[in-house]
Design a protein around this ligand. Structure first.
Ligand code: SAM
Ligand code: SF4
Length: 331
């Protein structure tokens, strides 16, 4: 369906858990997330029902995220359930990769279309520091396991940080030299803990990569329908992408909504508004009522974020800002 600004919304990011097996410094507190009881989290049946009703409004692509989606028991089972919904064309997962090699066979056999592996550095010490204890070899093992499936759409996502060396970006970009894979650099967004980090812009990263790999060509082929702008460096098999949500706002073409693990349907990352679908699901509401609530929420999606203009916002606008962390909204 189209929202009030005529944007076609066909993509829903679904957070399946707030928990994570890593503690990335810009995302999680060192002690992890406050524990909430299992019954506060949507069940697989409830998630599948929301996705099915979503297809009647034009949602056709689902991304499972979190927290770390693979810490939720039987995630491949959920992939299978969503994949069977008529009208769903694509189901993918965003993961830190640590548990990916254990799950990849079942994920793929249940119909997974794509996986994004988050990796901010290839350096084992820096990875351990950034994730507060993670082992980069596990994430790389997961990545390699995913790449063994030629039909799986595999992407690597890096959030370039202010204090990470440019060698991290060069190392990560090099993964696209021999492999037919996309390595994307995603600007740090001032959401939750991310507010304390400056991050680096796509333009800054591109400059560093150009000094190592030469002048790239713009890649105009179709690679999903997200907001990334891609380039290809000479001699590379894969592509390098930039998702520059802060420096080059792309809200005008935003095509997504988010469902939190507790069942809030959120039309925009920066605002706290949304619809409590769990309340409807658990109070016996029929599909028609849930669909109407979803339609209304999607229709009222805000025009865009104001990440760079927060200091010029009115008190009323500030009162509507999201205070949840990225792991809770579903990054
Ligand atoms: N645990 C999974 C993972 O790391 O891929 C899925 C959830 S995580 C919140 C999804 C992505 O959001 C990761 O790539 C992470 O680097 C990114 N992320 C977290 N906080 C962010 C922020 N403030 N701005 C931009 N990206 C952020
Ligand atoms: Fe966990 Fe992903 Fe957040 Fe890192 S970015 S702490 S892996 S949820």
């Amino acid at each position: 369906m189209e929202d009030q600004y005529g944007r076609k919304i066909d993509y829903m990011r679904v957070s399946v858990t707030d928990r994570c097996n890593l503690r990335c410094v810009y995302c999680m507190p060192p002690e992890g997330v406050p524990s909430i009881s299992h019954d506060q989290i949507l069940t697989f049946d409830e998630i599948t029902r929301v996705c099915r009703i979503g297809t009647e409004l034009g949602i056709s692509r689902i991304r499972l995220t979190g927290g770390e989606p693979l810490v939720r028991r039987n995630l491949p089972g959920l992939v299978g359930m969503i994949r069977k919904i008529p009208g769903i064309k694509n189901v993918s997962v965003t993961t830190n990769g640590v548990l990916l090699s254990d799950n990849i066979n079942e994920l793929v056999s249940n119909g997974l279309n794509g996986v994004n592996v988050s990796l901010d550095t290839l350096d084992s010490e820096r990875y351990r520091d950034l994730t507060r204890g993670g082992e980069v070899d596990k994430a790389l093992g997961g990545l390699e396991a995913a790449l063994a499936f030629p039909r799986l759409n595999v992407k690597i996502n890096c959030v370039p940080l202010d204090d990470t060396g440019s060698e991290d970006w060069i190392g990560l970009a090099s993964l696209a030299k021999e492999r037919d894979v996309e390595v994307r650099f995603i600007e740090m967004m001032p959401v939750g803990r991310g507010k304390k980090f400056r991050g680096r812009s796509g333009d800054e990263v591109l400059k560093v990569l150009e000094s190592s790999f030469g002048t790239p060509e713009k890649y105009t082929g179709r690679l999903g329908s997200g907001p990334a702008a891609y380039v290809q460096f000479p001699g590379f098999r894969g592509r390098i992408g930039f998702i520059s949500a802060v420096s080059h706002r792309f809200c005008g073409s935003c095509n997504r909504v988010r469902l939190t693990s507790e069942g809030m349907l959120k039309p925009c990352l920066q605002y706290s508004g949304g619809a409590d679908l769990r309340e409807l699901l658990r109070s016996g509401a029929g599909d028609v009522k849930i669909k109407e609530k979803m339609r209304e929420t999607i229709f009222r999606k805000p025009a865009g974020h104001h990440f760079t203009e927060e200091k010029n916002m009115t008190d009323r606008e500030i009162a509507c800002l999201e205070e949840k962390e990225m792991w809770s909204i579903g990054g």
